[in-house]
Design a protein around this ligand. Structure first.
Ligand SMILES: NCCCC[C@H](N)C(=O)NCC(=O)O
Length: 395
């Protein structure tokens, strides 16, 4: 059992890191928050289907077929990962970025982790503390509801807990779209944490029906996930993005793992059947609350640091087609005098390989007939970014 779970965790963890890297690469400067939110939505769809069907499937077909079902799902995941990988490689080749990416990535060393910005570390701890309050709660909440409130059988309690993920499933995409337009990632991360405090306070100290808390947690969780994960590509260099994503996933899951151990100690029982005394549940909810308070603190620090460093997180990075076009025209006017035109090229190319943004978000437009502009996003936190690099080529 433990071997199986370790294998699943290492495979699943690696897939998540690569998926996040690919998502960040292809959607940066576009619908980044929406893209990340959709991955969360689909993950939560999986959780919701699991809540609703796995137990019924098992009672009809037995544990062996249920595990084979899981294996088939893993194989489908493997096929999907292969398709994504081919699309990623082909897309990079089409943009002529494959060689440059490899070169930049070769320069990345483990020691570079110490150069990741403060922004990034604050995001890591914001994410860790937030999820410390969500995952261990969801894992134990069904038993909590049965033990604390009257009239809930196991199935009803599981449905009530599932409301956290059902809410996220529905809300993640609209919230992602909203964040792409308004930015405000840091501010929203802060409010998500702040507004999660009442969830655990209600559960610990009142008899308000638990569905109120789980629905509310679903809302704040959707905002927290949609504002934090897509912030990472905005604060780390593209070449270290894979490392940064891996690291945040590890810290997050180490935090959640430790919290599960602490929760286990607080609840102090090995039997799933015996009723756990309410004072123990109350202590667990206070522990969840403490994590969310820590999350509020790190998100405040995150916003302060972000403000001092130019407000990357709270700015919108998505540009409407009109804004993209006027941005290009403006930059064109500003830079035309300074930058020598390159010889006309058959297809878009970068002016200087060492100043690549390594981002697919090249803006191609035609402000003058037969002219394409390839610009870099000036706010890209790229290792060797030269924000003024610009090339012009024939269409
Ligand atoms: N059992 C789910 C593990 C998901 C880990 C992943 N790093 C993550 O947190 N993704 C975002 C989410 O909200 O699920």
């Amino acid at each position: 059992m433990l071997t199986g779970r370790l294998l699943l965790g290492s495979g699943n963890g690696s897939v998540i890191i690569v998926r996040n890297r690919v998502t960040a690469f292809w959607f940066k400067g576009k619908e980044l928050a929406l893209a990340f939110s959709l991955t969360v939505s689909f993950a939560r769809l999986g959780s919701a289907l699991n809540f609703f069907f796995t137990q019924q499937f098992e009672s009809h077909y037995g544990i062996q077929w249920t595990l084979w079902g899981g294996t088939i799902l893993c194989v489908l995941g493997l096929l999907a990962a292969n398709v994504v990988s081919v699309l990623d490689v082909v897309g990079m080749k089409q943009l002529g970025l494959d060689g440059a990416i490899k070169e930049e990535s070769k320069k990345v060393r483990v020691q570079d982790v110490q150069h990741l910005p403060l922004h990034y570390w604050l995001l890591v701890f914001t994410v860790m503390f937030f999820y410390n309050g969500v995952f261990p709660f969801v894992a134990n909440a069904s038993k909590f509801i049965q033990d604390k409130y009257d009239g809930f059988d196991q199935k009803t309690a599981a449905y009530i807990v599932g409301a956290v993920y059902d809410c996220a499933l529905v809300l993640s995409a609209p919230v992602g779209i909203l964040i792409d337009y308004i930015g405000m990632r840091g501010v929203l991360a802060f409010f998500s944490a702040l507004l999660t405090l009442p969830v655990f306070a209600l559960l610990a100290f009142t008899d308000v029906p638990p569905l109120v808390s789980t629905l509310w947690l679903g809302v704040t969780y959707s905002f927290a996930a949609a504002s934090t994960w897509p912030s990472i590509p905005l604060v780390v260099p593209q070449a270290t993005l894979g490392t940064a994503m891996g690291l945040i996933g590890s810290v997050q899951m180490i935090g959640v793992g430790l919290c599960n151990l602490i929760v286990g100690t607080i609840l102090g029982t090995k039997s799933g059947e015996a009723k756990i005394p309410l004072w123990r549940w109350q202590q667990m909810m206070i522990f969840m609350l403490a994590n969310i308070i820590a999350c509020v603190a790190t998100s405040v620090a995150l916003n302060i640091v972000d403000k001092k460093q130019g407000g990357t997180l709270n700015r919108t990075h998505k540009r409407s087609p009109e804004a993209q076009r006027s941005q290009i025209l403006k930059e064109d006017d500003q830079k035309q005098a300074q930058i020598p035109l390159l010889p006309l090229m058959d297809k878009p190319q970068m002016a200087e390989p060492q100043s690549l943004t390594l981002s697919p978000c090249l803006l191609l437009t035609n402000s003058a007939p037969g002219t394409q502009h390839v610009i870099h996003q000036p706010d890209d936190p790229i290792l060797s970014c030269n924000p003024t690099s610009f090339s012009r080529s024939s269409t």
